[in-house]
Design a protein around this ligand. Structure first.
Ligand code: MG
Length: 272
């Protein structure tokens, strides 16, 4: 089940995405997709349809979740990406935070920070937490996962003093979308986070292509690891690391990130 957060005016609402053709994972125009509008916030209340249905191409999708507490980033979780950054992957993945003010949705501009001349895209699988969690065992991790979405962990490579907070946490550095894929136990073709293709395109050209099968620390172990550092709250998001192929994004370009089985979305890049 795919749940989107959207607007048709001022009000933000949630809806179940239906009617996408097989293989279609793009929220754009002619897809024929529609939204079954829901009452309330499905993060906190079971999905209940209002009876209203709206065509997907008549809404503006926004970030499927705004974390109330945190976005947790994971660095160097793919050996080939660690190598392109000039080293071996660490024994344990690097953990960092992005504030919720970094989050934007599909089509919202990525604003290059004025102090950086080297900003990179990082297409990633993201996990959305569904229930409070602390010291979770990997075997129980599924219990605290609401679903999965797609992220661009936009990163400045040249922050002053090598400051990791400036590098990762600036405004618009965390595009999320296009919706949350919520696994339905027992259903055919359920999304499998351990084997999903990740693709990033810049102006339509594929620049990053990888698979979550290459993660050094897979999703259940990542949840175990981070829940030993932080209490996880509903709506928290964990970025699971980027495969190889990161590269610079420049003003005027459009960067698209996608994970097969979830969807894809894009953002224009601007400098103000
Ligand atoms: Mg990253």
């Amino acid at each position: 089940m795919k749940i989107a957060r959207f607007s048709t005016g001022d009000e933000l609402r949630y809806g179940i995405v239906e009617g996408l053709p097989a293989g279609e994972s793009c929220p754009s125009g002619e897809s024929g997709g529609r939204l079954i509008v829901l009452r309330g916030d499905p993060l906190y209340t079971p999905p209940e349809a209002t009876g209203e249905i709206v065509p997907l191409d008549e809404v503006r999708l926004v970030s499927p979740v705004i974390p109330r507490s945190k976005v947790i980033g994971i660095g160097k979780n793919y050996a080939a990406h660690a190598a392109e950054m000039g080293g071996a992957a660490p024994d344990e993945p690097i953990v960092f935070l992005k504030p919720n003010t970094a989050v934007i949705g599909p089509d919202a501009p990525i604003v290059l920070p004025p102090w950086s001349r080297q900003v990179h895209h990082e297409g990633e699988l993201a996990v959305v937490i569904g229930s409070p969690a602390k010291n979770v065992d990997a075997a129980d991790a599924g219990r605290v996962i609401l679903g999965y979405t797609v992220a661009d962990d936009v990163s400045a490579r040249d922050p002053r003093g090598g400051d990791a907070v400036r590098a990762k946490a600036f405004d618009t550095s965390c595009p999320l979308g296009p919706w949350i894929e919520i696994p339905e136990p027992g259903s055919d073709g359920a999304f499998d986070p351990s084997c999903a293709a990740i693709r990033t395109r810049v102006d339509g050209a594929v620049v990053q292509e990888g698979t979550t099968a290459d993660m050094i620390t897979p999703v259940p172990e990542l949840i175990a690891l981070v829940s030993r550092i932080f209490t996880l709250l509903p709506g928290d998001v964990i970025l699971t690391g980027t495969p190889a192929g990161v590269g610079e994004i420049r003003a005027g370009q459009r960067v698209e990130v996608g994970v097969e089985g979830i969807g894809r979305f894009s953002n224009p890049v601007v400098r103000r």
